[in-house]
Design a protein around this ligand. Structure first.
Ligand SMILES: [Zn+2]
Length: 75
C-alpha cells in the first residue's frame, strides 16, 4: 500500500503513511542487529496500527520483523 524509499546509509526506514505523516521503522534485524532489506510495502490497519507480520529480510536470519518506531511528521 505504500512505496519504499530506501536510503542505504539511514538506519531508519520510512514508508508513506498519509499526507502528513510517514511510518518509521528501525532497519536493523531484531535478532542480530544487521541491516536488513525492507519489504517494498508494509501493512497497516484502519487504526494506523502496523501489522506484526514479517516485513524485512536479514542476510543471516531470513525473514524478520523490523521494529516499528512510530508515525513521524513528513518533512
Ligand atoms: Zn539477523
Amino acid at each position: 500500500m505504500v512505496e519504499v524509499e530506501l536510503d542505504e546509509n539511514n538506519p531508519m526506514q520510512f514508508y508513506d503513511g498519509d499526507s502528513v505523516e510517514v511510518l518509521a521503522f528501525i532497519r536493523l534485524c531484531p535478532n542480530c542487529a544487521r541491516f536488513v532489506k525492507p519489504d517494498d510495502t508494509v501493512k497497516i490497519n484502519g487504526l494506523g496500527e502496523v501489522s506484526k507480520e514479517q516485513n524485512a529480510t536479514c542476510s543471516k536470519c531470513g525473514r524478520v520483523t523490523m521494529i516499528f518506531d512510530g508515525w513521524w511528521p513528513r518533512e
